[in-house]
Write a new protein. Structure first.
Length: 244
């Protein structure tokens, strides 16, 4: 395997039985699957973050009683299994199709990769996870003395929330970036196999050789490491901005 990793051009994958099936070079064919997975992973994260932040800004305009109720609801929803969410999304599209005759999105892929429905489904649990995490972080920030000081200076609740609490809450969220990425990667594996979306984890599942698995892990690790570096720099800039 070490020789194969040193010379990745020599790695082959089989279209059938490993001994009797046709053999083809892994590169550059694997990039087709890799690009799809990265698109879903990072677009899903961005979409989930935007939705979660938007919901947070609305939630913290509500009363404490309503916020507590929403927090309990998010805790319940976060416990919903990935498989259940994916199955319900597929059944919902099928139900709409039966009622209207209109198929808005492909439910599963055969030769064509469905994209919109898997992406929407993929963002559901990360959105709930980010929303719950941000709720805890924002609630903790609102209890700190600087919030009362800012209000004492005449700043509005929205300004305190959006300028000060949002910045510090986001910095706290960045500290959880490794856990968030691990959560999203685990969802991606389940999503690609069930939707048959032919992404990189689907490819590994259908071609389970040590060489292909190792290469796929390395390919996924590279952008994640770059993402981590970007998050660390962003965190440093936020801290620096707060000190000026």
């Amino acid at each position: 395997m070490v020789v194969s990793l040193v010379q990745p051009g020599s790695i082959m994958y089989s279209t059938g039985d490993y001994n009797t099936g046709s053999q083809y070079p892994l590169f550059p064919y694997v990039f087709e699957f890799y690009g799809y997975s990265l698109s879903v992973l990072f677009l899903g994260f961005i979409l989930a973050l935007i939705i979660a932040v938007s919901l947070i800004m609305i939630t913290f305009q509500l009363s404490v009683k309503k916020r507590t109720a929403l927090m309990k609801l998010s805790t319940i929803l976060e416990a919903v299994p990935d498989l259940f969410v994916i199955a319900m999304a597929q059944l919902f599209i099928i139900f709409i199709f039966k009622q209207t005759g209109i198929l808005f999105f492909d439910v599963v892929g055969a030769y064509e990769r469905p994209f919109v429905l898997p992406l929407i489904t993929y963002t559901i649990l990360p959105t709930i996870f980010l929303y719950r995490t941000l709720t805890l972080l924002f609630d903790e920030e609102l209890r700190k003395p600087y919030v009362e000081l800012a209000r004492g200076k005449g700043l509005t609740h929205f300004r305190v929330l959006f300028v000060h609490v949002f910045r510090n809450g986001l910095m706290g969220l960045l500290s959880h970036s490794k856990m968030i990425l691990a959560f999203m990667l685990s969802n991606l594996i389940m999503l690609e196999i069930i939707f048959n979306t032919r992404g990189i984890t689907w490819f590994v599942y259908h071609h389970p050789t040590p060489e292909i698995a190792t290469v796929s892990i390395l390919l996924l690790a590279l952008p994640i490491l770059l993402f981590e570096q970007g998050m660390n720099k962003l965190k440093s800039s936020i801290v620096g901005g707060g000190e000026r």
